[in-house]
Design a protein around this ligand. Structure first.
Ligand code: UN1
Length: 492
């Protein structure tokens, strides 16, 4: 049995109490590893070592910080297959998708490495002569990162790499269901030359470890991806000492299928959007809003296709859908199926635990005759449960799409350019896809959502740097005399 430690100030150390927790394979229920439960005191040490490392790391020229990231990206690339297999075992997603997750981490690492030679500010004229105006970017300081289990490598990398290239030092708490990929990532960055104290890893219980990060006054910003409930709590608690908080929370992402859509393309897309990663993406399509004219044929063919999905161990290349992450999620998904039936929706397919192995398998599940205000059509389920809702116009479809508290991703299948542009304009989400499902964001574009999906942050893309830098505005007066803005300016 492999045991892993905390990584504080460049060393692997036991937690203060030596207490541990277990990490299981969700498909086979085999015990994979044992990890440390960090204490509040351990988090304090991690924060102190990040604080100590800050001066030297933030003073290092960004292109040199970039070199370390570049090496880490190469190492991730070399170890892609090993990391992907580990991910499938620890998280359950099928191997192809695990490779995608690792690739997303590789992509953001190269991208962030390149940012070391940009980190762009602006220059702009002054309203007065002999005066120069510009903005520069500075790191925030010690930053806390709290990440979920559904993208065990990509999401940590989305946060860690932009935060590092910007010159911050970090205290990082990965999800307790998937800590092994984070341990690999920290090891790779260390091997690539990251100095001690710059990145500290604390595993353990969310309330204790996450709470200690959020409550620590020396932590100047917290970046969190996870549930809305936890996000609200973090936001409230972090406001006590004016921390910067970035939140990526839930979704209830709709796909609109118009009567002019390419039906086979739409079915392919909804199948992938709803049941890819067993529905455990915040971008997963959990509602499909279908035009009445094509509803019957869409439902029939979609159910036929869903029936063919093969559940099983993600390491087997023939598997289409792996298990849910843990028993708690299994109970949650099962509970929502009961709710859907009670609400009067029709369970058209699935709805039960399943699978050839002892793990947390759940059938791909389809509800038809769903009305937009039902709980199954409003609340995030985070599992393979799709609600089919019918509509007779684009305007109504857009109203239904927008009728939830979340606003992460949305999609429309249509061959009509007017419908497409109307959807782009009116769908109240951070991301909209045309003729593609709600999942599949690329790392060089901003990622995030409106309404309860977050607090306005966009991760990845050029916005990744915004998340982890402070802007300083610089006025450089070389006139040699006192010039007063707005007052000594000749108005014409
Ligand atoms: C998430 O589910 O939190 O767009 C992230 C996608 C992936 C990222 C999902 N590239 O589905």
């Amino acid at each position: 049995m492999q045991e892993y430690k905390l990584f504080i100030n460049g060393e692997w150390v036991e937690s203060g109490t030596g207490e541990t927790f277990d990490d299981f394979n969700p498909a086979t229920l085999e015990l994979m590893a044992r990890l440390q439960k960090a204490t509040v005191n351990d988090v304090q040490h991690a924060v102190e070592s990040a604080e100590e490392a800050f001066d030297s790391w933030s003073s290092k020229p960004a292109p040199l910080r970039g070199k370390i990231l570049f090496r880490a990206a190469q190492m991730l690339e070399e170890r892609k297959e090993k990391l992907s297999r580990l991910m499938t075992q620890e998280m359950g997603k099928i191997l192809k998708e695990a490779r995608g997750d690792v690739q997303e981490a590789i992509d953001i690492t190269y991208y962030a490495a390149g940012e070391g030679r940009r980190l762009l500010g602006e220059t702009t004229p002054s309203e007065m002569p002999d005066k120069f105006c510009m903005t520069i970017r500075r790191p925030i300081g010690v930053v806390g990162l709290i990440t979920p289990w559904n993208f065990p490598l990509a999401i940590p990398a989305w946060k860690i790499m932009p935060a590092l290239i910007s010159g911050n030092t970090l205290v990082f708490k990965p999800a307790s269901d998937t800590p092994l990929l984070s341990i690999e990532l920290v090891s790779i960055l260390t091997e690539a030359g990251l100095p001690k104290g710059v990145l500290n890893l604390v595993t353990g219980e969310g309330n204790t470890v996450g709470g200690a990060i959020v409550h620590n006054k020396k932590v100047r910003a917290v970046s969190f991806t996870g549930s809305m409930e936890t996000g609200i709590r973090i936001s409230r608690e972090a406001s006590n000492d004016m921390k910067r908080v970035s939140l990526e929370l839930g979704g209830k992402n709709p796909i609109i299928v118009m009567d002019d859509a390419d039906l086979e393309l739409a079915i392919d897309g909804v199948l992938w959007g709803a049941f890819g990663t067993t529905g455990q993406r915040c971008t997963a399509a959990s509602r499909v809003i279908v035009h009445k004219k094509i509803l019957a044929v869409f439902q029939k063919r979609f159910i036929e296709r869903t029936k063919k999905l093969k559940l099983g161990n993600g390491l087997d290349e023939r598997t289409d859908m792996g298990p849910l992450i843990n028993n708690q999620q299994l109970q949650k998904v099962t509970g929502y199926v009961d709710i859907g039936i009670e609400e009067g929706a029709k369970l058209a397919f699935g709805g039960k635990t399943a699978g050839p192995l002892p793990g947390y398998f759940f059938e791909p599940t389809i509800f038809t005759d769903v009305s937009p205000d039902m709980r199954i059509a409003q609340e995030e389920i985070f599992g393979p449960v799709l609600s089919i809702i019918s509509t007779d116009s684009l305007n109504e479809a857009i109203d239904i799409a927008n009728s939830v508290v979340y606003g992460l991703s949305s999609s429309i299948y249509t061959d009509n350019i007017r419908n497409a542009f109307k959807a782009i304009e009116k769908l109240d989400t951070g991301i909209t896809y045309i003729n593609a499902p709600t999942i599949g964001a690329e790392i060089h574009l901003p990622f995030g959502g409106t309404k309860a999906t977050g607090n306005g942050t966009r991760e990845a893309g050029t916005t990744a740097i915004e998340e982890f830098t402070e802007i300083k505005t610089v006025y450089f007066d070389y006139s040699g005399k006192l010039q007063k803005a707005q007052i000594d300016v000749e108005q014409v």
